[in-house]
Ligand binder design. Structure first.
Ligand code: MV4
Length: 505
C-alpha cells in the first residue's frame, strides 16, 4: 500500500480548492501549484505549500508535465491529483507520474488510452455487453466506405473522430450527397485537433438525453455505480446545468444502466472515479457514448444525493485502501441541481468576459453548496476556462430543489463582470425545465426566447447593483437613529433594483 501523506494538486480554481479540502478531511497535506496569473487565487492560500509553475498560459504552467512532477518531488509529495481538464486524461502524464515514483490519482494509463480511442472503446464495450450506438467499430478508410456504412445504418449519420470526444471533428450527414465533403471536413478537423485524422460512422440519434453514470473502482476489485446525472442542458458541448437523479430513470432503468456502467469500467481494469456517458432515448433505450476517465465538474450533484465524498474516495483508492461505498446500499436520496456560474455574457451569445470581481456575495443557508475558485478582488482572465463557481443545491424533491436554486441565485451578487447568473434563473423558471422535459437540444430550442435581448437590463443591472451596494455601505456607516424615530418598514433600494432585474419577485 502506498503511504501517502502529501498530495500535489495539479490544477487551479474551484477544483483545486475542492481537492485541497478533501485532502485536509483525509488528514493529508496539500501542495498547490499556481501560474503567475493565479498568485492571488484562494487555492494557493488553502494549501500547506504553494509552488509557482510558470507564466499564465496553460501550456507554460498547468500543462507543463516536467514542472508539475518537479514541484511534487521538491515538496515531498507522494501523489498527484490532476483534477479535470489540463493533464487529467493524458496517458503520458499518468505514465510520467508513475515513472517518477509518484501515485497518479486517477486510472491506470492503459484505461485512459483504451477509452481515448473511441473505436477501441466501442469494441471493448461491445465485448463487455454494453449497448453502443449502432455504427462502425473501426475507422473508415475513405468517403466511399463511409457512404457504404451510412447507407447500411440509414441516414442521418454522424462522422466522428477516433481520437475525438467532446464534439470536435464531428459532422452530421443527412444524405449521401453530403458525405464526401463532410468526410473531408471531419478528417481535416480531427487531424488539426488531435494529430490523427481517423474517422468512424455512427447512426445519428435524434434528441436523446445525455445521462451519465458515476462509477468508483478500488484496487480490491470492487466497482460500484453511484447512479446517474442528467446533463442534457448544454451549449456547444459545455454543460451548464446538471442534476441528479434524472426524472427519466425508473429504479429498474437505473439498475440496468448502472450494471452497464460497472461492466464498462470493469472491462478496462478501471481504478478510481470515472463516468460512463450514455445517450438515452425516450423509450428508455440507452447507448454508450464515451467514458470520462477523470473526476468531473458535476460530481457534486452525485455526492449530495448519494452521501458520498467522491474526492475523498479517490484519495483512499489511490492509497490502496478499500472504498467506503458498498454497492448494495446505494439509492439516491432527494434531488440535487448544479448551475455553473461562468464569466460569460448570456445576453451576448455567452461571450467570455474578463474583469475584476469587484464584489461577491455568496449564497448560503439550508441545502446550498458553493464550490468556488475565485474571491472578491481576483481578476478573471481569458487564460483559463470561464468557470467562476458551481452553485449546487439539494432538496427533498426536484420542485424543492428548483425553488432553493431560485432563492440561492437571487442571493448571489457578482459585481465587476457579466455572468451566467440571470440565465440560470430564467431556466429555473422555464415550464418545460420545471416539467423535466429535457434533451440535448433543449437550449437550442428554448434558449433564444429565454435570452431575448433586454437592453434595459444590460444597462441597468450593473448600475442598480452598484447603487444598492453604495446604499448598503451608507446605511452601515450611518449612526442608527433613536428607536422611536426608526421606521418599522424600511424601503430597500436593493429590492427595487433586484425586482427590476428579475433577480427576485
Ligand atoms: C451523438 C449524438 C447523437 N447521435 N452520437 C456530442 C459530443 C460527443 N460527446 C458526442 N456527441 C453526440 N454524439 C450519436 N450517434 C449527439 C451528440 C451530441 C451531444 C451529446 C451529449 C451532450 C450534448 C450533445 C450535443 C450535441 C450533440
Amino acid at each position: 500500500m502506498a503511504e501517502i501523506s502529501r498530495v500535489l494538486v495539479a490544477n487551479r480554481g474551484e477544483i483545486a480548492l475542492r481537492i485541497i479540502r478533501a485532502c485536509h478531511e483525509e488528514r493529508l497535506e496539500a501542495v498547490a501549484v499556481y501560474s503567475q496569473a493565479d498568485r492571488l487565487s484562494p487555492h494557493v492560500r488553502a494549501a500547506e505549500l504553494a509552488v509557482p509553475i510558470g507564466p499564465a498560459p496553460a501550456v507554460d504552467s498547468y500543462l507543463n508535465m516536467g514542472r508539475l512532477i518537479e514541484a511534487a518531488r521538491s515538496t515531498g509529495c507522494q501523489a498527484i491529483h490532476p483534477g479535470y481538464g489540463f493533464l487529467s486524461e493524458r496517458a503520458p502524464f499518468a505514465d510520467a507520474v508513475a515513472r517518477a515514483g509518484l501515485v497518479f490519482i486517477g486510472p491506470p494509463a492503459a484505461a485512459i488510452v483504451a477509452m481515448g480511442d473511441k473505436t477501441e472503446a466501442r469494441r471493448r464495450m461491445q465485448a463487455a455487453g454494453v449497448p453502443i450506438v449502432p455504427g462502425t467499430t473501426q475507422a473508415v478508410s475513405d468517403a466511399k466506405r463511409a457512404r457504404y456504412e451510412a447507407t447500411r445504418l440509414g441516414f442521418p449519420v454522424l462522422l466522428k473522430a477516433v481520437a475525438g470526444g467532446g464534439g470536435k471533428g464531428m459532422r452530421l450527414v443527412h444524405e449521401p450527397a453530403e458525405l464526401e465533403a463532410a468526410f473531408q471536413a471531419a478528417q481535416g478537423e480531427a487531424l488539426r485537433a488531435f494529430g490523427a485524422g481517423d474517422v468512424y460512422v455512427e447512426k445519428y440519434l435524434q434528441r436523446p438525453r445525455h445521462v451519465e453514470i458515476q462509477v468508483l473502482a478500488d484496487t480490491h476489485g470492487r466497482v460500484v455505480a453511484l447512479g446517474e446525472r442528467e446533463c442534457s442542458i448544454q451549449r456547444r458541448h459545455q454543460k451548464l446545468i446538471e442534476e441528479a437523479p434524472s426524472v427519466a430513470l425508473s429504479p429498474a432503468l437505473r439498475r440496468r444502466m448502472s450494471e452497464a456502467a460497472t461492466a464498462a469500467a470493469g472491462s478496462v481494469g478501471y481504478v478510481g472515479a470515472g463516468t460512463i456517458e450514455f445517450l438515452l432515448g425516450p423509450g428508455g433505450e440507452f447507448h454508450f457514448l464515451e467514458m470520462n476517465t477523470r473526476l468531473q465538474v458535476e460530481h457534486p450533484v452525485t455526492e449530495l444525493v448519494y452521501g458520498v465524498d467522491i474526492v475523498r474516495e479517490q484519495l483512499r483508492i489511490a492509497a490502496g485502501k478499500p472504498m467506503r461505498v458498498h454497492a448494495g446500499t446505494l439509492n439516491p436520496r432527494g434531488h440535487a441541481i448544479e448551475c455553473r456560474i461562468t464569466s460569460e455574457d448570456p445576453f451576448n451569445d455567452f461571450l467570455p468576459a474578463t474583469g475584476v470581481l469587484r464584489y461577491l456575495r455568496v449564497p448560503s443557508g439550508p441545502g446550498v453548496r458553493w464550490d468556488g475558485g475565485v474571491e472578491q478582488g481576483n481578476e478573471v482572465t481569458l487564460f483559463y476556462d470561464p468557470l467562476i463557481a458551481k452553485l449546487i443545491v439539494w432538496g427533498d424533491t426536484r420542485e424543492i430543489a428548483i425553488q432553493r436554486m431560485r432563492r440561492a441565485l437571487r442571493e448571489l451578487v457578482i459585481v465587476g463582470l457579466p455572468t451566467s447568473q440571470a440565465f440560470h434563473l430564467r431556466v429555473m423558471e422555464e415550464p418545460t425545465f420545471q416539467r423535466g422535459e429535457l434533451d440535448i437540444t433543449y437550449l437550442e430550442r428554448v434558449g433564444p426566447a429565454l435570452l431575448a435581448p433586454e437592453p434595459r437590463a444590460e444597462v441597468v443591472r450593473p448600475l442598480a447593483v452598484v447603487a444598492a451596494l453604495l446604499a448598503e455601505e451608507q446605511r452601515a456607516a450611518a449612526v442608527p437613529p433613536p428607536l422611536s424615530d426608526r421606521p418599522t418598514v424600511r424601503p430597500s433600494g436593493w429590492v427595487d433594483a433586484a425586482v427590476r432585474e428579475g433577480l427576485r419577485e
